[in-house]
Design a protein around this ligand. Structure first.
Ligand SMILES: *Cc1c(COP(=O)(O)O)cnc(C)c1O
Length: 397
């Protein structure tokens, strides 16, 4: 069968691919240590599950409004007011089937052939793909590791052309853990406003900031910036609800209406049961986030120390999210049993085969010299994984 041109460049998400390979090896009885996971290892909090069970028992199991029930929209509006000092109305909010779906709807509503969309690298693997699927061109702006993987406002400015339609900003970042400061965001926002460029701010890791890194939504800088910004967020990461599929977008009425129309002709509403659970997540007790953050912080320090103790690996301390993004380029050109490590993909293959450790190669994130490890796993497993990596790389020639 001849498939549409549209799909010929779409590959499986490499994060999911490595997780699938690790799962397959696990099923064969191999004790894989999987650093690939893009989700918290904690269970969804009890009170959130109970809200879902209640929804089922009360028969809240039918279609809802396409863009989400008012109760959830109001919970989201209240969250924006309380956490980000942002005011939105129900018409400026859309609930979708995960943050990924929010980004997809946004691309379809905003981009077309001839548009350029600026994406700083390393980036979340789905951004350039979804931008391309909408017919637009991703413009990758590489950032330097020694500048902490931050796109400066000068770098942003230089990448703007008359075709530039939007900028994607993801702070805290997957995969680097970078958290932009208020000053950096202000400088970037000023340029975006001056050039009439839309800002897409993916804030899914908002709640996962460590030490004194402080989250700020770029939309909260000024009313002018807010008018040009679409904020994307969701319950997946903060509440360990990746499987529930609830994400949301907030932006201008016009854009949200267009995104809602796309959703109405594709998925319709996100699961009614998950919506009720998300209301509880946003309005109920927030103490599970504090506990999760404390645990992640411990693991973050431990894994960074462990990786840095391995000769050939350098790893900076991430300020947010739950990933580390060490530099492994010192191993390139080395070999194992005659097989040369040419890049991050070969290095990840080497680790899964020789160390039985799964990591995600940096190439699909736009950072060939790196791999991504998630520390959403127990300390014991992190320790064992580090030990295995250290032993494996010693065997490289
Ligand atoms: C996990 C993630 C999302 C959203 O995931 P969903 O499960 O679709 O809600 C969005 N952006 C980034 C960068 C992520 O890592």
């Amino acid at each position: 069968m001849r498939l549409a041109r549209r799909v010929q460049n779409i590959k499986e998400s490499p994060t999911l691919a490595i997780t699938a390979k690790a799962k397959m090896m696990k099923a064969r009885g191999i004790n894989i240590i999987g650093f690939g996971a893009g989700e918290p290892d904690f269970d969804t909090p009890r009170h959130i599950k109970d809200a879902a069970i209640r929804a089922i028992d009360e028969g809240f199991t039918k279609y809802t409004q396409v863009g989400g029930i008012d109760e959830l929209k109001d919970a989201i509006i209240e969250k924006f007011r309380k956490d980000n000092d942002l005011q939105y109305t129900r018409e400026e909010v859309l609930v979708s089937c995960g943050g990924k779906h929010s980004f997809f709807n946004l691309c379809q509503a905003l981009f077309e052939e001839g548009n350029e969309v600026i994406i700083p690298s390393p980036y979340w693997v789905s951004y350039p793909v979804m931008v391309s699927m909408a017919g637009a061109t991703p413009v990758i702006v590489p950032t330097c590791e020694d500048k902490g993987f931050r796109m400066t406002h000068e770098e942003f400015d230089k990448s703007i052309t008359p075709a530039t339609k939007a900028l994607v900003i993801n702070s805290p970042s997957n995969p680097t853990g970078v958290v932009y400061s208020a000053e950096e965001l202000m400088a970037i926002a000023e340029i975006a406003v001056k050039n009439n460029i839309s800002i897409i701010s993916d804030e899914i890791y908002e709640k996962l900031c460590y030490d004194d890194s402080h989250f700020i939504s770029i939309a909260s800088i000024s009313d002018n910036v807010k008018r040009q910004t679409v904020v994307l967020n969701g319950v997946s990461k903060a509440y360990s609800m990746t499987g529930w599929r609830i994400g949301y977008a907030a932006g201008s009425k016009e854009l949200i209406k267009a995104m809602t129309n796309i959703q109405s002709q594709s998925t319709s509403n996100p699961s009614s049961i998950s919506q009720k659970a998300a209301v509880e997540a946003l309005c109920g007790a927030q103490d599970t986030i504090v506990e999760m953050l404390r645990e992640f912080d411990k693991r973050r320090r431990f894994i960074v120390d462990g990786l840095n103790s391995i000769e050939g690996i350098t790893c900076t301390m991430p300020a947010g999210a739950f990933y580390v993004f060490p530099n492994i380029s010192a191993f390139f050109k080395r070999s194992y049993k005659g097989k040369i490590i040419g890049g991050s993909i070969e290095f990840a293959d080497f680790l899964i085969d020789v160390a039985e450790v799964a990591v995600v190669p940096g190439r699909p994130f736009g950072a060939e010299g790196h791999v991504r490890l998630s520390y959403a796993m127990s300390m014991e497993n992190i320790e064992e994984g580090i030990k295995r990596i250290a032993e494996a790389v010693r065997r490289l020639e």
